[in-house]
Design a protein around this ligand. Structure first.
Ligand code: IDE
Length: 455
């Protein structure tokens, strides 16, 4: 059986708004998710990230848990509203000091800090000024990245500019199910462009600041399969792969937007007017992070079949694609379980950029956990999902794909965006009443798997 390289990175991942709480402490100012969560009807049960896992005060305990799990690395995000509270202008030293404490605590425990600079918590004043629909937000992001990289470059092992620009653009500005909750159809591609521009400007700014730490970006890639080899279904798959994957992979790795996607969405002229930005967007990077959860079998709509629910309407083009239920097992999110799709997306990126290091920066599953009378959480479904995807990583390595690490989503149960606290992804349970942490069966499995593979 193929073994993982000795330097393969085993990690866990979280994000600031989902775990920190302390949303008004030490100078932090509101983000778009503070606003969105407070908008009636947007988040399950009216949940907010006000307290979450209280990680702002409990980070040392959480890092110690990671050390006990034996992970090599911790991927967490820096909250822009803690560091530059208004989005531009004054820097909040208390915010930088918090992340320095987190990083130093990680290093003291032998855990490498991986930072995501933007995991969706945009400072509200920037949204008020146009958000990602505005080019100025891209420029503000680059300045925030430069400030944070300059302040923390001595304690951060790797930098990820953006988490999932697809979600920020398509869910935030088309579907409206994520902050800021806009439903602007194809104008969401303008947000995608400014997110990618912000990424490129940030890479340039951090490179200019010096430092050796690798720089990359994280994309949620969709493994896409046509329901049949009919022309209509193959066309649906082309559309889904285009809007879900190539709209981001192509400018980042080929320096050009996919013409078919721009044609599909009627945005060819808008992007042509900004073609000079492509050189910045395609600024060379050191790795790509891939968030993988599921594969999608798609088909052309027929009478009686509705638009694809996982491409929330009115996402551009979703009226021309339906997701087909293949009968595969699903997680509590309704996402089908296809570990082989992980290998497919890694191979897709490798084909575009041979040799570029790849990390699975998120992979995990939500299930309705039960706490036993002994206080344990025997989450066999999550353990099984985890095992299957770790074996998919092994297969990817065996095929010679440049997979360098795996980060389990998530270390802790946390605020699951529009689902609030109704969905648990953690390998460690959080009792939100007491903030008690309990390592689940899946966490024990991950600990033992990593120890065994490390030899
Ligand atoms: O939903 C689980 C996690 C979420 O908690 C992370 O913050 C986020 O980075 C994340 N991305 C995906 C995959 N992409 C996605 C697709 C549809 C809706 C929301 C996210 C899953 N997850």
């Amino acid at each position: 059986m193929t073994t993982f390289p000795a330097d393969f990175v085993w990690g866990t991942a979280t994000a600031s708004y989902q775990i920190e709480g302390a949303v008004a402490e030490d100078g932090r100012r509101p983000s778009t998710w503070d606003t969105f969560a407070r908008t009636p009807g947007k988040v399950w049960n009216g949940d907010t990230g006000d307290v979450a896992c209280d990680h702002y005060h409990r980070f040392a305990e959480d890092v110690a848990i990671m050390a006990d799990l034996g992970v090599d690395a911790y991927r967490f995000s820096v909250a822009w509203p803690r560091v530059v509270p208004e989005g531009t202008g004054a820097v909040n030293q208390a915010g930088l000091d918090f992340y320095r404490r987190v990083a130093e605590t990680c290093l003291e425990h032998g855990v490498q800090p991986y930072v995501t600079l933007y995991h969706w918590d945009l400072p509200q004043p920037l949204e008020d000024a146009g958000g990602w629909l505005s080019r100025s937000t891209a420029e503000a992001f680059a300045e925030y990245a430069r400030i944070t990289h300059e302040a923390l470059g001595d304690v951060i092992g790797s930098w990820i500019t953006l988490n999932e620009p697809w979600c920020s653009a398509l869910l935030g500005y088309a579907a409206g199910v994520h902050a800021p909750g806009q439903q602007l159809g194809t104008r969401s591609l303008e947000a995608a462009h400014h997110l990618l521009l912000g990424h490129g400007l940030a890479v340039q700014a951090m490179r200019a600041d010096g430092g050796e730490a690798p720089l990359g970006i994280t994309l949620n890639l969709h493994a896409v399969r046509a329901a049949s080899d009919s022309e209509a279904d193959l066309e649906a798959a082309r559309r889904y792969d285009g809007l879900g994957n190539r709209l981001f992979l192509d400018p980042l790795l080929r320096g050009a937007y996919p013409e078919d996607v721009l044609a599909d969405t009627g945005t060819t002229e808008w992007f042509a007017e900004r073609s000079d930005d492509l050189a910045t967007i395609a600024e060379p990077i050191d790795f790509i992070g891939i968030n993988y959860y599921s594969a999608h079998t798609v088909a052309a709509p027929e009478d009686g079949r509705f638009s694809d629910p996982s491409l929330p309407t009115p996402t551009p083009g979703s009226e021309r694609v339906v997701t087909v239920d293949t009968g595969a097992e699903k997680t509590q999110m309704g996402w089908e379980i296809h570990p082989d799709g992980l290998v497919d997306v890694l191979a897709q990126v490798h084909a575009l950029a041979p040799g570029l290091p790849l990390y699975v920066t998120e992979n995990g599953s939500a299930w309705p956990d039960e706490v036993g009378p002994d206080g344990r959480v025997e989450d066999e479904d999550r353990r099984r999902y985890l095992e299957a995807h770790l074996e998919a990583c092994r297969e990817a390595v065996a095929r010679g794909l440049p997979l360098k690490g795996y980060f389990c989503w998530s270390l802790l149960d946390n605020f699951e965006w529009a689902f609030g606290y109704d969905r648990r992804f953690g390998i460690v349970r959080v009792d939100y009443e007491t903030q008690q942490r309990t390592v689940k069966r899946s966490g024990e499995f991950y600990r033992d798997f990593v120890a065994r593979e490390r030899g």
